[in-house]
Design a protein around this ligand. Structure first.
Ligand code: GLN
Length: 492
């Protein structure tokens, strides 16, 4: 079979359970595609054929023995921020070059327990700080829709791998948009769950009060399959929540679009820098949802101007604390011939961290320092609360809130945006993390350069089922999610 990469997760599961193909054949098919095509996309940091074949054979045995799960034998890729036992985990940083974790992240443990086959680890911005995946120390990843463009970030490798059909689906993490924005740039569906829905154990920490893992795939249905595996309480993550997990697949048609009230924040559609094509495609998608029975309600989100400054204080503050553990002593990069302990710290960290990470450590350390703590960090936390309240007020009148995922489509690789320009590109995604809410990106068309545009739907707490269901029904009525980049059409 040459077209296994065109099958949805449901079709793959059916094919495997009916023995139309084996997990080994499917795994081999993807590994061949990676070998042939990933030199152009550069989505993988590490490919793990040996482990993949061993897992595939175990999956085939389980399928034969009749003790398979719904997803046994289906391959996936993990963002290189998830710790994987015995396999290098770098978080895109030289300081973790050659770091091999002694344990699996809970998300990885869960995908293994579900019988999924790990193809390898995919590229990302260094420590998940960025929106282009260019800050990875192994180099940039390309957007499958235009190889001279970025795939977005920080989960750019996950997005590029799926969009080029080099993995059926992938895990990502989202601290301020890192699932939704690359999904938008690469024409995919990506879900950032409610804070606490998915365990953070074994995910290399960026900003712990904002980090959350989620699925990136071709469709809401494919995302729902992965959510069914990774969601749930974990005693090893004290911020994960003890709350029953929905069956996201069973709920795919559970929300009625008829009568659904979609909030349209006035402030969001007047943002300077919102590309005209992005605005037009998002508005068309809302029109489609209206045709399907939804009601569009204009709402106010008055705190919009505070999103970027608030996030870019809190996230660097937490990062400066989290990243203090990388000191060249226990693991990772260590400088040559340190003169003394101070020199060891200084040079290991200066050599090991890239410039964006260093910038954030500096900003964060400053914001947390005695004398500035109240003026910056505490103030940002207060504003964070106001941003959350703004959303809660809006949810008194609407079921979900619509926005673009990003103000533009994918940038050119090497565009060299200033930090401020790059941070402003996160305007639509940051507040969701500050408030801890779930949100989803769905592809809704293309701009004049044939680059994908994404619609973001933000839900109230624990509304993952609802978001997946709305997008699933939209995808039953449209075909944007079925469009493939030219490279994905190539056979290996
Ligand atoms: N682009 C944002 C940042 O650089 C968000 C990154 C993320 O979600 N990990 O911090």
């Amino acid at each position: 079979m040459t077209d296994l990469h065109r099958l949805s997760i449901r079709e793959l599961a059916e094919g495997l359970s009916q023995a139309k193909f084996s997990s080994r054949e499917l795994t081999e098919h993807y590994l061949q595609r990676i070998a042939k095509l990933d030199s152009q996309v550069k989505s993988y940091v590490t490919v793990t054929p040996e482990q993949a074949f061993a897992e595939a054979d175990a999956a085939d045995a389980a399928l034969k023995a009749g003790n398979a799960t719904a997803l046994t034998g289906i391959p996936l890729a993990h963002k290189d921020i998830f710790c994987t036992k015995g396999i290098k985990t770098t978080a895109g940083s030289k300081i973790l070059d050659n770091f091999i974790s002694p344990y699996d992240a809970t998300v990885v443990e869960k995908t293994k327990a579900a019988g999924l086959v790990t193809l390898g680890k995919v590229n990302m911005d260094e420590f998940a700080m960025g929106s282009t995946s260019e800050s990875s120390y192994v180099g940039a990843t390309s957007n499958p829709w235009a190889l001279d463009r970025v795939p977005g970030g920080s989960s750019g490798g996950s997005a590029a791998a799926v969009a080029a059909d080099l993995a059926p689906f992938a895990t990502g993490t989202d601290t301020g948009g890192s699932i939704r924005q690359p999904a938008s740039f690469c024409g995919l569906t990506g879900l950032k769950p409610t804070y606490g829905r998915v365990s953070r154990f074994g995910i290399i920490a960026y900003a712990s009060s904002l980090d959350q893992a989620g699925p990136m795939a071709r469709s809401a249905e494919d995302c729902a399959y992965l959510m069914n595996v990774i969601a749930g309480h974990d005693a090893k993550d004290s911020t994960s929540v003890k709350k029953e997990v929905d069956d996201y697949i069973a709920n795919l048609n559970g929300t009625s679009v008829k009568g659904l009230r979609i909030g349209i924040p006035k402030q969001y559609f007047n943002v300077v820098g919102l590309d005209a094509d992005v605005k037009a495609r998002v508005e068309e998608s809302l029109k489609k949802l209206e045709e399907m029975g939804a009601t569009l309600v204009e709402i106010d989100l008055n705190m919009t101007e505070a999103y970027v400054p608030t996030y870019y204080l809190i996230a660097p503050a937490e990062a400066s604390s989290n990243l203090s553990r990388y000191d060249g002593v226990r693991y990772g990069h260590r400088c040559e011939n340190p003169a003394d302990l101070m020199d060891l710290y200084k040079r290991s960290r200066s050599e090991g961290f890239g410039s964006e990470v260093q910038r954030r450590i500096l900003i964060g350390t400053y914001a947390l320092s005695a004398g500035y703590y109240d003026a910056y960090y505490v103030k940002a936390q207060k504003v964070r609360r106001l941003i959350q309240q703004d959303f809660l007020k809006a949810f008194e009148n609407v079921d979900v809130i619509a926005a673009p995922s990003a103000p533009t489509t994918a940038y050119k690789i090497g565009a060299n945006l200033s930090p401020t320009e790059m941070y402003l590109g996160d305007i639509y995604t940051l507040a969701v993390n500050l408030a801890g809410l779930p949100a989803i990106n769905a592809p809704v068309g293309f701009d004049k350069d044939n680059l994908p545009v994404g619609l973001q739907l933000i839900g109230n707490y624990w509304s993952e089922s609802q978001l997946l269901s709305i997008v699933h029904q939209y995808q039953q009525n449209t075909d944007w999610h079925t469009k493939r980049a030219a490279i994905a059409e190539e056979n290996a």
